[in-house]
Design a protein around this ligand. Structure first.
Ligand code: CA
Length: 234
C-alpha cells in the first residue's frame, strides 16, 4: 500500500480544525473521510475500513475514548491517533491503555502531525504486510501471499476468503478469536443470526481439509468451545 493513497478518517467536531486537517492531509495526497461524532465514526469504520484514524477525545455524545474502545473490541487494528487538549496527562494514559497508538496535543504543528501519521502507517504496513505471509504449521507451510498451502502430500490452493480468514487469525496467533470478530472483519457485516455463525463454521471445516493433516483431529486450526477459533502457531 502506498502511503499517499491511504485513507484517513478524521473524527472531530470543531469545523475550523476539520478544515485544517482535511486541507493538510489532502495536500499530502491522503484521502480523507470526516465524522463529527462517535456514532458516525463507527458507521464509517463499518462501511469503509480507513487506514488510519485521527480521533478527538472531546466529542458530542460518545467520547473519543469510547469510540477507540469499541473499535478495538472488534479487533480492528488500524492505527488510531488521539487528539487531546493541552496538559491532559490522564487522558494520554487512558488513550494508550484502551488501544490508541499515539496521541498528539492540541494545538499541534502540521509537520508534527504528518510525521506521526507517516510513522504509524509505516508500522501498520510492517504489521499487516509480508511479515505474516509465510506461516509454518509443522511440516506444512502457509503462503498467504500466493494463497497456497505447501504440504508433504502436495500443494493445496486457498480461496481469497480462506486467505482472509487465515490472515485475520494469524494476526492473533495462539489467541481465541470469536466467530463474531471473524464475521465483522472478514465478511464485514454485523453478526445477526445463526446463519452467519454457520458461515464461519463451514469455512473453517473446509479450511481444515487444506491446512490440517488430520482434519478430524485439528492441531492448528482449533475450536475454542463457547468462544470461537484459534490458530496455533508454535
Ligand atoms: Ca472536540
Amino acid at each position: 500500500m502506498s502511503h499517499s493513497k491511504a485513507t484517513i478518517l478524521i473524527v472531530e467536531d470543531e469545523p475550523s480544525l476539520i478544515f485544517t486537517l482535511r486541507d493538510t492531509l489532502e495536500n499530502e495526497g491522503y484521502q480523507t473521510l470526516v465524522a463529527e461524532n462517535g456514532m458516525d465514526a463507527l458507521k464509517i469504520v463499518e462501511e469503509t475500513r480507513p487506514d488510519l484514524m485521527i480521533l478527538d477525545v472531546m466529542l458530542p455524545g460518545m467520547s473519543g475514548f469510547d469510540v477507540c474502545r469499541k473499535i478495538r473490541e472488534k479487533k480492528l487494528l488500524f492505527p488510531i491517533i488521539i487528539l487531546t487538549a493541552r496538559d491532559q496527562e490522564i487522558d494520554k494514559v487512558t488513550g494508550l491503555n484502551i488501544g490508541a497508538d499515539d496521541y498528539i496535543t492540541k494545538p499541534f504543528g502540521v509537520k508534527e502531525l504528518l510525521a506521526r501519521i507517516q510513522a504509524r502507517l509505516r508500522r501498520s504496513d510492517d504489521y499487516s504486510g509480508r511479515k505474516n505471509d509465510l506461516i509454518a504449521l509443522g511440516e506444512m507451510q502457509l503462503d498467504l501471499n500466493e494463497g497456497i498451502v505447501r504440504r508433504p502430500d502436495g500443494d493445496q490452493e486457498l480461496t481469497t476468503r480462506e486467505v482472509e480468514v487465515l490472515r485475520f487469525l494469524a494476526g492473533f496467533p495462539n489467541e481465541p478469536v470469536t466467530r463474531k470478530a471473524l464475521l465483522e472483519n472478514v465478511w464485514r457485516y454485523e453478526f445477526s443470526s445463526n446463519t452467519s455463525t454457520r458461515t464461519v463454521d463451514v469455512h473453517i471445516s473446509k479450511l481444515r481439509t487444506k491446512i490440517e493433516l488430520r482434519p478430524e483431529d485439528p492441531r492448528y486450526l482449533v475450536t475454542m468451545h463457547g468462544v470461537g477459533y484459534m490458530l496455533k502457531i508454535s
